[in-house]
Design a protein around this ligand. Structure first.
Ligand code: ATP
Ligand code: MG
Length: 352
């Protein structure tokens, strides 16, 4: 008698423990009979599907299945009747508010003491986040693949242009090396921003930094504009060429010269286009050149094509002036697309 009660007590305690585990589980745990009528429903199920136990117990499991998937239930019940266990079955279920959720289901037959199947227990886990992460990864892989091919094409073009134009092997090695380093830096900016593009101010300051040997060599100002990945790379490379040319022939080739880099939104915020001007001052007197190298190609043609805009280089005797006029990137809506740096003031931290 005493032994019997102890056994029963122990069984009760165990049952209470299992019930507590089910109650506190983050996963939705549901049981149903062989007609698909819901018999129990935990808090996890309420969180996932939106119904309280009072609302759903006694109703059909079909309530949770989107109409186009009703066929799944007959198959599941068939397998359960046969004593099968169904593991990690990924499917779509429907919440109380009608929205759909990706769920991973594990379904096991419930058997009585004589081994007869009388229902099923179902554990459902929300897979929406994981599905989204999978999709995101697929997009990123595609983007990466595309970028790698693009980058190789850019390198090929740098190689053929640089090697073809250089006077000596040493010049070629030097120019090729610094172009590759600049390309890598532009990628750094993009990586920092998760390949969503970059801020113009950031691209400009990062690109000119290595060329700013002393204070005041660059005066940079402009509102905040966010560019997509391709224009970001093109701008970074064009600025690198402008810097290199300024150091070889222009305002950065003497002690006094400086460069003003200023961009504006000329339409006073209706946001159709933006303009950037690179203006060299106090450098040696400039005469229009009779030859074009990789720099001009990058600045005038590649950049214009990438931005879908116009790029003009003027060899004014007081200094080279390069003007870029480009349509506003998608997603910018006039002044609404600007942030607190849209005041047009000089960025004090971005001086060379
Ligand atoms: N900032 C500048 N000031 C004065 N002249 C310049 C300036 N930038 C370019 N030039 C002139 O324009 C020419 C063409 O420049 P470009 O960058 O296309 O070729 P490069 O610098 O000579 O060679 P590469 O860029 O292929 O190394 C230069 O040779 C130079 O005479
Ligand atoms: Mg050049």
């Amino acid at each position: 008698m005493l032994v019997d009660i102890t056994e029963r007590k122990r069984a009760e305690v165990l049952a209470e423990q299992f019930a507590a585990i089910v109650r506190s589980s983050d996963d939705a745990i549901i049981s149903k009979d062989l007609d698909g009528i819901i018999a129990s429903w935990n808090k996890g199920a309420q969180r996932l599907f939106g119904y309280t136990a009072e609302e759903i117990v006694g109703k059909s499991i079909m309530t949770l299945i989107p109409p186009d998937r009703h066929g799944e239930e007959a198959e599941i019940l068939g397998r359960i009747r046969a004593g099968d266990h169904i593991e990690h079955y990924e499917t779509i279920r429907q919440r109380k508010d009608g929205s759909q959720v990706w769920a991973s289901l594990t379904i096991s037959p419930l058997k009585d003491s004589r081994g007869r199947v009388f229902g099923a227990s179902k554990i459902a886990r929300d897979m929406t986040e994981r599905r989204r992460a999978d999709e995101h990864r697929t997009i990123l892989m595609g983007e990466l693949n595309h970028r790698v091919k693009n980058t190789l094409a850019v390198i090929q073009s740098i190689a053929s242009q640089t090697l073809g134009h250089a006077a000596t092997i040493e010049d070629a090695r030097e120019a090729f090396g610094s172009r590759l380093i600049n390309l890598a830096k532009a990628h750094d900016v993009l990586t920092r921003e998760n390949w969503t593009g970059a801020n113009l101010a950031e691209i400009v300051s990062d690109t000119v930094k290595p060329h700013a040997s002393s204070q005041g060599r660059f005066r940079i100002e402009g509102p905040n504009i966010h560019l997509a990945p391709s224009p970001t790379l093109a701008i970074a490379m064009a600025l690198h060429e402008l810097c290199t040319n300024a150091a070889k022939y222009g305002a950065l080739s003497n002690e006094e010269g400086y460069v003003v880099i200023a961009w504006t939104l000329p339409d006073k915020g209706d946001g159709r286009h933006w303009m950037l001007q690179w203006k060299e001052k106090d450098g040696p007197k400039v005469v229009p050149p009779d030859r074009q190298g990789f720099g001009s190609l990058m600045i005038e043609r590649v950049l214009a094509a990438e931005l879908g805009g116009k790029v003009h280089v003027a060899y004014e005797s007081s200094g080279l002036v390069c003007t870029i006029d480009a349509p506003m990137p998608a997603g910018h809506h006039g002044m609404g697309g600007l942030d607190d740096r849209s005041d047009g003031k000089t960025h004090p931290d971005r001086r060379g």
